[in-house]
Design a protein around this ligand. Structure first.
Ligand code: AGP
Length: 612
């Protein structure tokens, strides 16, 4: 959840650390800190707020950047302890000789803290992380590697730790237990970080550290240790486009990423779809015969990825006639899991790091189900924890509110549905070919839409309704998860209280929320439930609600039922979900911007949720 960067080399590293933290800010941004080691001691700066505040605090602490060539930084998303400077990382031991940054959670910290307090240690923060420098200090006899080994043996939970000792200024020692850790390999310098973008402008050579490994980095050496000794691992070359991390002319990352959806969808389909609906997904780890034997599909995910899973259910059930169960991972992981051999479990997580989704996947895998990770991040934990993988190819997504990764997930699920449909002989070659053709057209239709006056109109409608204190979102069938996702986007970035409900269920409660002028956003695209949705629209209008409809271009009937209409291009009804979410993203975006909010870094949220 938090972001970490460390540097050891020959260059003054203060600016490298600050710039690296800025690229990790999507992981957390309620407070930040850094420590610089210059051979004489440790200089720590911390601040509440985003990286701009840390820069100010650094300038206040020392007018000129310090010449230190070893250091590390941390950007925090609070889990244990309030958002205060005292709780910001780095944390140090009592003597100020050991310093630590951590991402994750130490689950047994309360007991460890009590033991340390009994032994006379005075704590200066409310965090779980602070036990770590005190424990390292207790075990330190001049060798930080050994002290780290002794310390992590006492810790339970999932975390990445980077530690430094004032007595070993040219060295950082890092440990990873589940949460991510990568090493950037430069010339006469090394980085350790939570994610590759932290050091991408400095080096493209990266080593992925595995869970349970300790890595010691110095200017000229990287040594990885596992339980059995030293591990040899060669760096991999990262070929990401550095511009991907820039806004490319758009005012925000979120708007840029909304406009990147055609490319994300095109790349996700890529060369996987062949004539006659044949789909090539070798990463699944299941051949056609094994796919034909799949009895049930379980989809586990959180947030926006969960909504993609809900859309996927309609596709999989319709095209492959396989029963599909979709559940939020935080619930699935604690139910009595009845998955087993014969079940295909799909964990959807754009980041590949969401703790609840990983846990749900693990539970299902232990029961013998075949688990597939549907993710956007190569080599992420979800991939390592799964039997197979289905990658979206959406590119790096910086905006905390997921947009392009969501639509890419839906398209990836459509590919899977086609493949399963063929393998299970539900779809004929001709039928699958037609669906494949329709799917291939979707990226062009999204592109056409985004460049059309209709997209500008969706934003205009958002601006018109930006001052409303409450929104209700409704949808039926595949329009229901689209409504959920549209509502989540609005909540996340505009902070406007919003309810999303299946349209047919609305009269069983939420209708009581409506009063004269309440805006109700309705997904009313063409399909077999269109007339039903129109009936639901009439129910809300009878209570004075103002209806904002997402409808299919060419549908003239909707004009009689809606106060504002956001038209999308015509597609087969099930695939309309990919198009229909786009005006809702733009609508939410326009509301949030009209309210003057930072859509890329909404309050209280983090891009990657590596805590339960
Ligand atoms: C998306 O806009 C949200 N920020 C959030 O709901 C997100 O989808 C959720 O945390 C799951 O993330 P994941 O896909 O990386 O697992």
């Amino acid at each position: 959840m938090c972001g970490i960067i460390g540097y050891v080399g020959r260059r003054p590293c203060e600016e490298l650390i600050l710039a690296g933290l800025e690229r990790l800010e999507y992981r957390g941004y309620d407070s930040a800190g850094m420590v610089l080691l210059d051979g004489e001691g440790m200089r720590t700066v911390r601040a509440v707020g985003n990286l701009a505040e840390l820069r100010k605090a650094a300038r206040a602490a020392h007018a000129e950047a310090l010449p230190a060539t070893t250091g590390m930084g941390h950007t925090r998303w609070a889990t244990h302890g309030r958002v205060t400077e005292a709780n910001a990382h780095p944390h140090s031991d009592t003597h100020g000789r050991i310093t630590v940054v951590m991402n994750g959670i130490v689950e047994n910290y309360a007991r460890l803290r009590a033991e340390l307090q009994d032994a006379g240690v005075v704590f200066r923060s409310e965090t779980d992380a602070e036990v770590i420098p005190h424990l390292i200090s207790r075990h330190y006899g001049g060798d930080l590697l050994q002290a780290m080994r002794d310390t992590v043996a006492l810790l339970e939970g999932h975390f990445t730790i980077v530690a430094a000792s004032a007595d070993e200024p040219g060295r950082l020692v890092a440990y990873r237990q589940e949460t991510p850790l990568v090493v950037g390999v430069g010339k006469g310098e090394h980085f350790v970080a939570s994610a590759i973008p932290a050091f991408l402008p400095e080096t493209r050579d990266a080593i992925l550290v595995e869970s349970g490994e300790i890595v010691v980095v110095e200017a000229d050496a990287v040594v990885i240790h596992d339980a059995d000794g030293v591990v040899t691992r060669t760096p991999a070359r990262v070929d990401w486009d550095e511009d991907a991390a820039e806004k490319g002319g758009f005012e925000t990352f979120m708007l840029k990423e909304i406009h990147e959806q055609p490319a994300a969808l095109r790349d996700t389909i890529g060369d996987r779809l062949r004539p006659e609906g044949e789909v090539d997904l070798p990463g699944l780890g299941l051949d056609d015969a094994a796919l034909a034997r799949v009895e049930r599909v379980h989809i586990v995910a959180c947030g926006t990825s969960f909504h993609a899973g809900l859309v996927g259910r309609y596709l999989l059930e319709d095209w492959a006639r396989v029963p599909v169960h979709v559940e939020v991972a935080s619930e699935y992981r604690y139910r009595t899991c009845l998955a087993g051999p014969g079940d295909l479990v799909i964990g959807i997580t754009q980041s590949g790091e969401t703790a609840d989704t990983l846990a749900a996947m693990r539970v299902a895998r232990e029961r013998g189900a075949h688990v597939v990770a549907l993710t956007n991040i190569m080599g992420s934990q979800a991939v390592r924890d799964a039997d197979g993988v289905l990658y979206t190819r959406a590119g790096l997504e910086i905006g905390v509110a997921a947009t392009k990764t969501h639509s890419a997930q839906v398209v990836a699920l459509a590919l899977l549905a086609l493949k399963l449909g063929r393998a299970r002989h539900v779809l004929s070659a001709a039928g699958a070919g037609d669906l494949g053709d329709e799917l291939t057209r979707i990226p062009d239709l999204v592109q056409e839409y985004l460049g059309s006056p209709a997209a500008a109109h969706a934003m205009e409608v958002g601006r018109q309704y930006a001052d409303r204190p409450f929104f209700l979102y409704l949808g039926r069938h595949v329009g229901m998860p689209v409504a959920y996702e549209g509502a989540l986007k609005l909540k996340e970035i505009s902070y406007v209280p919003t309810e999303a409900y299946p349209a047919g269920e609305m009269k069983h409660g939420p209708i009581a929320l409506l009063e004269d002028g309440s805006p109700v956003v309705v997904v009313a695209t063409d399909g077999h439930v269109f007339d039903k949705v129109v009936s639901n629209i009439q129910e809300v209008r009878a209570r004075g609600a103002r209806v904002i409809a997402v409808a299919t271009s060419g549908n003239e009937e909707i004009a009689a039922h809606a106060d504002a209409i956001m038209f999308i291009p015509r597609t087969p009804p099930l695939l309309a979900s990919v198009l229909a979410v786009v005006p809702l993203q733009l609508f939410a975006y326009a509301v949030a911007r009209a309210r003057g909010l930072n859509v890329d870094q909404p309050r209280n949220l983090a891009k990657t949720v590596t805590v339960e």
